[in-house]
Ligand binder design. Structure first.
Ligand SMILES: NC(=O)c1ccc[n+]([C@@H]2O[C@H](COP(=O)([O-])OP(=O)(O)OC[C@H]3O[C@@H](n4cnc5c(N)ncnc54)[C@H](OP(=O)(O)O)[C@@H]3O)[C@@H](O)[C@H]2O)c1
Length: 327
């Protein structure tokens, strides 16, 4: 089969397309012929050795995707050859071979059916980002209807967070540096949008939603945006820390947390067990079915164009960037 290989942890620029042996299908696993795979910033972090996982090299990146079951391993029940399925968040593309390949062996518990009414491209990039958004929204327990602020809202996790938060009945505030994307985010369900580069945005937001404040922020960005996000929280406000695309927070005053009794909590989608992943995925699919929202695809690149697809991801997409492996 053909696969994109990472030979050294020297960054995404070093991946190359090669002919490699087909995967061995172990007990409890199935062989999936990939149709579409999705890119995630974590692929780049892993390639740059900035990620906890250090898989043996050469490694095949790619955590998400949709494909057709072609062979069934020993001990597998409840799945048929020819069935189309989604690969749920697992060790695929992390500590074992990933989805930037024509074939991938997947533990059967990490597969799910493509939800009715979703296309293969909508399904391909959904699992990791919706599961992350779901954890970010639910990790604090029952959340009464409130105001949710989302940074990096145009990205995979951001769009998923907007859609799930709206389906849960919350008011959504979304940040994006691009005016055109802010308009699109309003169409996707954000009631208020702001440019994080405008230093006035926290005051404007507080004025607009007064006397309410932000109840929960989902932060994909970090950097010097985080203290501004904290400024907008109300009493007992929380921040689900998902990503840090703008790097470390340069200055942070812990006193900003004291008086409103604010809480910050890390999100780790990889901490879900396979059982928790399946349960969370069911909730995600049910919420989207209830609201009628569908995953958003930014752009689809041909299999040979993976480096261009990573360039697009680095620019800041609207939704998911995909790789077409077989139509
Ligand atoms: N903790 C977890 O379990 C977990 C799981 C999944 C993802 N993540 C992390 O969460 C973050 C977001 O993931 P994603 O898949 O949504 O990423 P993405 O699709 O690349 O989108 C991120 C968005 O953030 C904005 N952005 C990008 N770089 C920025 C910068 N330097 N400064 C300010 N804004 C920037 C862009 O929006 P605009 O151009 O519109 O501003 C972009 O569309 C990543 O760091 C990822 O590694 C963590």
């Amino acid at each position: 089969m053909k696969a994109w290989l990472l030979d050294t942890f020297s960054g995404i620029g070093s991946i190359h397309l090669a002919e490699v042996p087909d995967p061995i299908v172990g007990e409890g696993e199935v062989l999936v012929e990939m149709r579409y795979a999705a890119l995630n910033p974590a692929d780049r972090y892993l390639a740059e050795k900035q990620y906890p996982a250090k898989p043996p090299l050469p490694h095949i990146l790619g955590r998400d995707g949709v494909g057709i079951v072609r062979r069934i391993g020993h001990g597998v029940k409840g799945i048929q050859v020819g069935q189309e399925c989604i690969i749920l968040r697992s060790e695929i593309g992390v500590n074992r071979a990933g989805t930037f390949a024509q074939l991938v062996a997947v533990p059967v518990e990490s597969l799910a059916a493509v939800p009715g009414q979703w296309t293969a491209t909508q399904a391909a990039g959904a699992a990791l980002v919706y599961l992350t958004a779901y954890q970010a929204l639910t990790q604090w327990g029952e959340l009464p209807e409130g105001v949710i602020l989302i940074t990096g809202a145009s990205g995979g996790v951001g769009v998923a967070s907007i859609q799930l938060a709206r389906a849960m009945g919350h008011t959504v505030v979304a940040l994006s540096r691009s005016r055109a994307k802010r308009d699109e985010l309003q169409k996707l369900g954000a009631q208020f949008t702001y440019d994080p580069a405008d230093p006035q945005w926290p005051d404007e937001l507080k004025k607009t939603i007064s006397p309410r404040r932000v109840d929960l922020a989902i932060d994909n960005i970090g950097g010097d945006l985080l203290p501004m996000v904290i400024n907008t929280l109300g009493d007992h406000g929380r921040v689900s820390l998902v990503g840090r695309l703008a790097g470390p927070v340069p200055q942070f005053n812990t006193a900003t947390l004291f008086f409103r009794r604010l809480r910050l909590g890390g999100v780790a989608v990889g901490a879900y067990t396979a059982t928790e992943t399946t349960a969370a995925w069911r909730e995600v699919v049910a919420l989207l079915a209830k609201s009628g929202a569908k995953p958003v695809v930014d752009r689809v690149f041909d299999f040979e164009q993976l480096p261009n697809a990573f360039d697009r991801l680095a620019q800041g997409p609207l939704g998911k960037v995909l790789l077409k492996i077989r139509d």
